[in-house]
Write a protein that binds this ligand. Sequence first.
Ligand code: TXA
Ligand code: MG
Length: 318
Amino acid sequence: MIMQTTLTDSVEEAAAILNSGGIVAFPTETVYGLGAGICHSEALLQLFRAKGRPADNPLIVHISSVGQVAEVASEVNLQAMMLIERFFPGPLTLVLKKNSSVPYSVTAGLETVGIRCPANPVAREFLRLACCPVAAPSANRSGLPSATSWEAVMQDLDGKIDCLLRGTPSAIGLESTIVDCSEGRPVLLRAGAITLEQLRAVVPEITTMRVTEPEKRPKCPGLKYPHYAPRASIRLCTAGEQIDLKGSSAASIGMSEPPEGVSLSRVCRTTEEYGRELFGFFRLCDARNISVIYCELPSNEGLGRAIRDRLMRAAGLS
Ligand code: TXA
Ligand code: MG
C-alpha cells in the first residue's frame, strides 16, 4: 500500500499523527525509530508490514520518563533499578517482565518487554506528547543497516509510513545496549554505547553469555535474523593488513590508513566516530555501487565491542 508520508519538523504534528493511530519515524540518539502507540493495534500491524519485519521479532517500548517504567513493567528488581537510575534516559534498553498494558503483538508473545527512555530531547518531547508508550523498532527496512539520518529513513520508508519527524543525524549511530534483567543474573543481549565496562561498574554480575537450554526459546529473537547488511559484501580486516583488491570496486572504513586502491574510504579518529559513521557509510557505498567494503575490526572493549558485533553480523559471521 502506498500512502502519503508527511515530512515535518513539528513534534506536535508528528505526535498528533501518532495519537490518531498513525506510524511515525522519529530521531533518537542511537538510530531513528519507527513508532506506533502500544494502544493502537492496527498501527502495530502496519508497522511490521512497513518494515517487512517478521512477527516473531519483538519491539522495544519507548517512554518519556523514568516514572513511566511502571506503566509497562510488572516487576523491577534491584539490579534493574540501579541501571535505570544510572543510565535512563540514554542508549540502554532493559528487558523486564511486562504488565498487561503491553500487547503480545509488541512482545511477539513473550512475557517480557524491552523498555527504553531515549535522551534525545526531540524524542523525549515526542514521547511526552504521545498518548501511550511507543513501540519502535529501528526505522529501516528489515535486514538493512539502521537509519542514522532522516534522509536514510525516507530512502527506506517513504510512502510506507504516515509521518517522519525530521531531526539531526543520530549522535551515536548504533542501536541501544540491551540488558535482560527479567530473571536471574542480568545478561547483555546486544552491545551498544553503554559499554559492558560501564554496566559492570553498576551491576558487576552482568554476563555476556546466555545459558542456552535447547528447550528454551531464544532470548533475543531479533538476533537470529540477518542484520545491518548493505548490498556490498563485507570483509573484515585488521589494521595495516595487506589486501589484494583484484579490480573490484572497493571501499574501506576503519581507524587506520585505508588499503591502497580503494575508491572510497573513511578514516575515523575515534571509536565514537566509527560507530556514528558506520551505517551511513554502508548506505553511501550502496549508492555508489561499491562491491566490497573492507572494515577494520576495532578491539573488543568499550564501544569497540558494539562495532565488532555489527560488523560480524553485517558480514554474516554471527
Ligand atoms: O536503539 C535502539 O534500540 C533503537 C531505537 C529506535 O530505540 N531500536 C531498535 O529496535 O534497535 P530493533 O527493533 O531494531 O531492535 C530491537 C531488538 C531486537 O533484536 C529484538 O529481538 C530485541 O531488541 N528485543 C525486543 N524486545 C525483547 C524482549 N522482550 N526480549 C528480548 N529481546 C527483545
Ligand atoms: Mg533494527
